[in-house]
Write a protein that binds this ligand. Sequence first.
Ligand SMILES: Nc1ncnc2c1ncn2[C@@H]1O[C@H](COP(=O)(O)OP(=O)(O)O)[C@@H](O)[C@H]1O
Ligand SMILES: N[C@@H](CCOP(=O)(O)O)C(=O)O
Length: 346
Amino acid sequence: MMVQSETTQESAAAVTDVAAVKDVAGAVSATKEPVCEHVHVRVPATSANLGSGFDTLGLGLEYFDDLDFTLTGADVQVDIEGEGAQTLPRDASHLVVKSFLTACERLGLGRPGVRLQCVNRIPQARGMGSSAEAIAAGVSAAAAFAGKRTEQGDLDRDWVFAVAAELEGHPDNVAPAVYGSMTASWSVDAAGFRTISYPVAPTMLACVFIPNFELSTSAARQVLPTEVPFSDAIANVSHVALMPAAMAGGAQANKLLFDATQDALHQPYRLTLMEPSAALIATMRQVGYAACVSGAGPCVLVLHDCAGSSMDDVSQAIDAAAREHLDSGIWRVLHLPINTTGVHVD
Ligand SMILES: Nc1ncnc2c1ncn2[C@@H]1O[C@H](COP(=O)(O)OP(=O)(O)O)[C@@H](O)[C@H]1O
Ligand SMILES: N[C@@H](CCOP(=O)(O)O)C(=O)O
């Protein structure tokens, strides 16, 4: 286990740098030349909370958006294929572009013209971390253009995490999008977020059930209470403490996953907004599967350690348990291994 980020000092210093390069008209001038003209970014989908780890735990999934950034010298141009092609804006209000330009300013690259080509696979407003993915993509691309690398020559993930988590506002999806694996994120004070990675058994399977309706994260946060019963807080602390052992695999893994995915802090309030998700979770838990809301919902996540069986056989068994829900036409399901590498830039 390794604490991966306490990068808030640098991010605060970078904000000051941006102020220093603003000219009298308010435009941001470049103080640095990009080190290349084209960057390709691949970012994983993520599932946050994992039941009891509200606003804390996140998991990288082997399911990706691909984005190509080309510096043009002109303004902003956006091409979109796949998810959001009919709905997302094509200008600087596009979340990837907005995050990219903010990060460019902080890195002294000014406000470059860019052509962005997106192949979007991650469903949006469903609880698979699409907004964190979009922000992580923009910030990672800016870091690559600025040559912001570690001493070993890798993408400076700690910087990307600090800026992307600040822009997103909560770190639990951003951390696995940037680092992969299962992450636990927290903030010590108002200065920023930190995160830590836990090992995940290679036999771990994440089944994500995706409904045909959306729920924005902000709408799902509005129904949360401002206070919770002390007993609910204790229940979550004891359940979330099991998660690292559960995700590491072993003879007890599936039993532990079942208890670790039990939540009292957010799901009971949110499930009123997503009745098909509540019904699916109840069905799966009745037969012993570790089912919970993925992120803020409405996707449902089922975690299972497949040690001793094949992932295909377990996937079929999980689909069979959910058959009545799948036959309703509301759901489709992805059977995904865990992503352990996070964002990739080339
Ligand atoms: N790939 C993307 N490109 C641009 N904007 C995106 C992308 N993915 C998500 N967004 C923006 O984020 C919103 C969804 O964010 P949110 O409600 O947090 O859902 P999610 O659970 O998918 O993260 C979308 O409606 C869109 O405005
Ligand atoms: N902790 C957040 C996670 C939101 O994840 P998303 O994938 O739905 O954006 C929350 O539960 O609000």
